[in-house]
Ligand binder design. Structure first.
Ligand SMILES: [Mn+2]
Length: 385
């Protein structure tokens, strides 16, 4: 009797378990079918990226494609959308004579709107909602008016305002009159911009140190003064520093042609860059949006956590003008637990000039060699040969 009762009871349980399993299985199969036949979600890659970091951290969003301008853009403007700009035949002489002002086509630069649109070339990604803010530091000496302003406007127009603490312009004792009062007046309209004037020519390295010293942002972002930041350039940089404060990150630098000011917005691979081989890309399953670890940085454009910058001892203030500082900071980063990454989802155009438009107080070659020797002496020990 007892046994029969027992069986009857457990039979009910078994039946329940069986039915529940069947229902579960049906659900599972339906889900599987849906995921196989359903429309691929537009951001499947982004979703899978977002998942591992969602746990325990704040929520994520797709990078904002902000591009704020005060007036509608003129589609016919010179160089609009990064198009090739042409010098009219009657202006050839003028264009030629102005080349030396910046060692690029200054005449055309002056024709191009300061807030021109450029093609959006980046792979898209997601970032956290509570990224740290940054101070953007531009150091310049005798920079061309229109390129300096285009650099500043590209940052203002294409950075989420809550992440842009300020823009610091460090004037390294420029000699051009327009960079004095005229620049002060212009920047008065832009409350986020402040100008620091160095009384003596210090060179890029010490000028950056001056800018960093007064920066209020949690992250420092150093940029050259002849760049155009693209939409969504900032968040992917800050994201990496947010995930690990010892990551020092560089955007992909795209080429703005020095002759026709066209945006050749593809990855330049000359310089000291190396391409990843097809083989390696396949082997490591490298995605177009994956950060790439890099032994040294080019030096012109990067973001770094401010406190980490000082933990590294910042830059060696004994380096003059320019040159070698990228190696110095790179060595320190790798020796002090950090990493340098290039972030494909962040794109900044840069005018590569054949020559520096300013003078090195001593000889250019000698200054760079002296800096490099100084860095090698300090950091490379027996490897310096
Ligand atoms: Mn440059």
């Amino acid at each position: 009797m007892k046994i029969r009762k027992y069986f009857r009871g457990s039979g009910r349980v078994l039946a329940f378990v069986f039915i529940a399993s069947v229902i579960w299985l049906l659900f599972d199969m339906a889900a599987l079918r849906l995921s196989m036949t359903g429309e691929p979600k537009p951001n499947q890659a982004l979703d899978s990226l977002a998942k591992p970091v969602l746990a325990g951290r704040s929520r994520v969003h797709k990078v904002y494609a902000l591009d704020v301008t005060s007036a509608p853009r003129d589609p016919k403007a010179v160089g609009q959308n990064g198009k090739v700009a042409l010098v009219p035949s009657d202006k050839q002489a003028e264009s030629k004579s102005r080349w030396a002002e910046g060692h690029f086509n200054v005449f055309l630069s002056d024709q191009i709107p300061l807030d021109r649109a450029i093609p959006d070339t980046r792979p898209k990604t997601v970032v956290h909602n509570d990224l740290p803010s940054t101070s953007v530091i531009f150091c310049f000496v005798d920079e061309v008016w229109s390129t300096l302003l285009r650099s500043v406007h590209s940052v203002l127009n294409r950075s989420p305002p809550h992440l842009l603490e300020e823009i610091i312009l460090v004037d390294d004792c420029s000699t051009k009159a327009y960079l004095g009062k005229q620049l002060d007046e212009y920047m008065k309209k832009l409350p986020k911009v402040r100008i620091i004037r160095l009384k003596e020519r210090q060179g890029l390295i010490r000028a950056r140190l001056e800018g960093a010293a007064v920066a209020k942002g949690k992250v420092l972002t150093f940029l050259d003064s002849h760049v155009e930041c693209n939409v969504g350039w900032l968040e992917p940089l800050l994201e990496r520093v947010y995930l690990d404060r010892k990551k020092v990150v560089c955007p992909v630098i795209e080429v703005i042609s020095s002759t026709d000011m066209r945006g050749v917005f593809t990855w330049p691979l000359g310089f000291a860059w190396n391409t990843l081989s097809e083989e390696q890309i396949k082997k490591d399953k490298v995605n177009v949006s994956d950060p790439l670890r890099c032994p040294v940085m080019a030096g012109g454009l990067f973001s770094i956590d401010k406190s980490y910058f000082y933990e590294l001892g910042a830059y060696d203030p004994g380096l003059d003008v320019w040159g070698g500082e990228n190696m110095e900071i790179s060595f320190k980063i790798w020796m002090c637990g950090g990493e340098i990454e290039i972030i494909p989802c962040s794109r900044v155009g840069h005018i590569f000039r054949g020559e520096n438009p300013y003078k090195f107080p001593k000889n250019r070659q000698k200054t760079i060699q002296r800096n490099q020797a100084r860095v090698a002496e300090v950091w490379l020990d027996e490897y310096k040969e």
